[in-house]
Design a protein around this ligand. Sequence first.
Ligand SMILES: NC(=O)c1ccc[n+]([C@@H]2O[C@H](COP(=O)([O-])OP(=O)(O)OC[C@H]3O[C@@H](n4cnc5c(N)ncnc54)[C@H](O)[C@@H]3O)[C@@H](O)[C@H]2O)c1
Length: 256
Amino acid sequence: MSGRLEGRSAVVTGGASGLGRAIALRFADEGAFVVVGDLRDDPKEGGEPIADALGERGAFLTADASSADDVDRLVRAAVDRVGRLDVMVCNAGIAGRFSKGLLETSEEDWDAIMAVNLRGVFLGTKRAVAEMVEQEPVNEVRGRVVIISSQHGMIGPPGHVAYATSKGGAINFVHQVAVDFGPRGVLVNAVAPGKILTGNPEGMRPELLEYSHARTPFHRLGRPDDVAGAALFLASDDARYVSGINLLVDGGWMAY
Ligand SMILES: NC(=O)c1ccc[n+]([C@@H]2O[C@H](COP(=O)([O-])OP(=O)(O)OC[C@H]3O[C@@H](n4cnc5c(N)ncnc54)[C@H](O)[C@@H]3O)[C@@H](O)[C@H]2O)c1
């Protein structure tokens, strides 16, 4: 049986761990050749390095999503192998110790988050779209960009000023590029995860987990593969007349 991305190529930034890893492996399972770029190749949550998990179905390059040169190398690796870039997934993102309330956020915190979450999205999308507009359409579409935003880009989550602003910017960026490049057959969408369990579960604060459970109507919190399923839809021919959306994968959090 052939996969939904058979013969296609994809780049996934930040794909060594968490959501990016689940997306990369899901795309590979569906037949795509997947180039993963990340600062590290060992998953933050532990387990097999992404290069080993992908095997022949892809490649891993050490790459910083906030560097234009690194992003260029990722796209070239996909094009060299498959002859075109079908899907760009801008997934790399940070929050952690840089994410605070307004008065606690230093200029360095702000710049660190913007460098990856917004500049990284800009650079990845720009390089991908430049490639896509030059290639022939497949089933009417020249290429697809999927940006991993967040439900926190749609509201003001208490105490996360730079992170929420970066994700809100990414969502508006999706609208802009979808409008500007729809006429040339490029589809641009976002997936907005709710609370998805990634990273080291031991390091999660119990009160935050409890709060997330209380806010999520579905009976469990999200798993990386829940996000990968939504990204696969947007990357596949099933989503041909879909552009400029921010697809929530949040177990109903935002409906609450
Ligand atoms: N997990 C969630 O609940 C959740 C919710 C909403 C949005 N998101 C978004 O989903 C994306 C992935 O989140 P995650 O939970 O899988 O994170 P994660 O921290 O588990 O994994 C992120 C990966 O990105 C890599 N990375 C960080 N900076 C990078 C850079 N400059 N260049 C390349 N790679 C870099 C890390 O090394 C890591 O492998 C992020 O954009 C995040 O903001 C996550």
